[in-house]
Structures are given as structure tokens and as C-alpha cells.
Design a protein around this ligand. Structure first.
Ligand code: FES
Length: 154
């Protein structure tokens, strides 16, 4: 019999029968639940493109087995905007050009939201960059990202 998970995803309670107990949270979100805003980059915990919040903490979803998260609350990039209004972090990324190609942006934004929730953002760009160091941007938009995080946490 397939194991069944209870998850709250973007505020909605879901009961999910797992076909494969080895599935990662990333693949569950993208392949089963069509939440493709969460991106797959390295698939080995090195790029941060797959960052989501699990019970309010930043997690690389490519490293998390879905089966280990029974009862957890998951927030993905799709869950940030409320009634069409952008989350302040999303708005700040736009205002400060915190992206170029955009592939890493969902992970960057989720990581920024987590950093702010942890109270670790601060006003110092170097400190913000350190706090966001698990999220790589191949376009090098780091200056705009740090500015956006600083504005959003004010
Ligand atoms: Fe998960 Fe790169 S895809 S850290």
C-alpha cells in the first residue's frame, strides 16, 4: 500500500498518496502537483533554485524526501501573492532589478522571505549576501537582490 502524506501547501490541506516513497519534495511539487514555480537547477543542494519554506524555514526541496514531511506546512512561490497583490519581497525584486534571466528568482525570493522571517536580513548588503549565499544567480544579479531584500525587510 502506498504511503499517504498530509501536507498543507500554500494554505490548502492536501492528502497525497505517494507512488514512490523516494520522491523528493521538489519532484512532488513539480511533477505531481503542477507547482512548477519551484525550479530544478542542480538537483543536489548546491544552487538554491528549489528553495521553499517548510514550517517557515528555508529548505532545498531537492534534498527533502516528501515522506519525511508528513504534517508540514509548505509555502512555494505560488503561495506568496495574495489576491493578486505581490508579496513585498516580490515587489522589491522588481523595483531593484533583482533578476536577469529569472530562472533562480523563485528560489531567491523564497530564500529572502525565509531570511526575513528568521530576522537575519539586516541592513548590511554583505550580511544579506551571506544570508543568501545558498542561492546562486548565474547572471550575477546579486547587487539588486541584496537591495531588494534590504528594502523588503524594512
Ligand atoms: Fe535544489 Fe539546486 S535544485 S539546490
Amino acid at each position: 500500500m502506498n504511503p499517504t502524506l498530509q501536507l498543507t501547501i500554500n494554505g490548502e490541506r492536501r492528502e497525497i498518496a505517494l507512488d514512490d516513497p523516494r520522491v523528493t519534495l521538489l519532484d512532488l511539487l513539480r511533477e505531481r502537483l503542477d507547482l512548477t514555480g519551484t525550479k530544478k537547477g542542480c538537483d543536489r543542494g548546491q544552487c538554491g533554485a528549489c528553495t521553499v519554506l517548510v514550517d517557515g524555514k528555508r529548505v532545498n526541496s531537492c534534498l527533502a524526501l516528501a515522506i519525511s514531511l508528513d504534517g508540514a506546512e509548505i509555502t512555494t512561490i505560488e503561495g506568496l501573492a495574495v489576491n493578486g497583490a505581490l508579496h513585498p519581497v516580490q515587489a522589491a525584486f522588481i523595483a531593484h532589478d533583482g533578476f536577469q534571466c529569472g530562472y533562480c528568482t523563485p528560489g531567491q525570493i523564497m530564500s529572502a522571505v525565509g531570511l526575513i522571517l528568521e530576522g537575519q536580513a539586516g541592513d548590511d548588503p554583505e550580511r544579506v549576501r551571506e544570508g543568501m549565499s545558498g542561492n546562486l544567480c548565474r547572471c550575477g544579479a546579486y547587487a539588486g537582490i541584496a537591495e531588494a531584500v534590504i528594502e523588503a525587510q524594512r
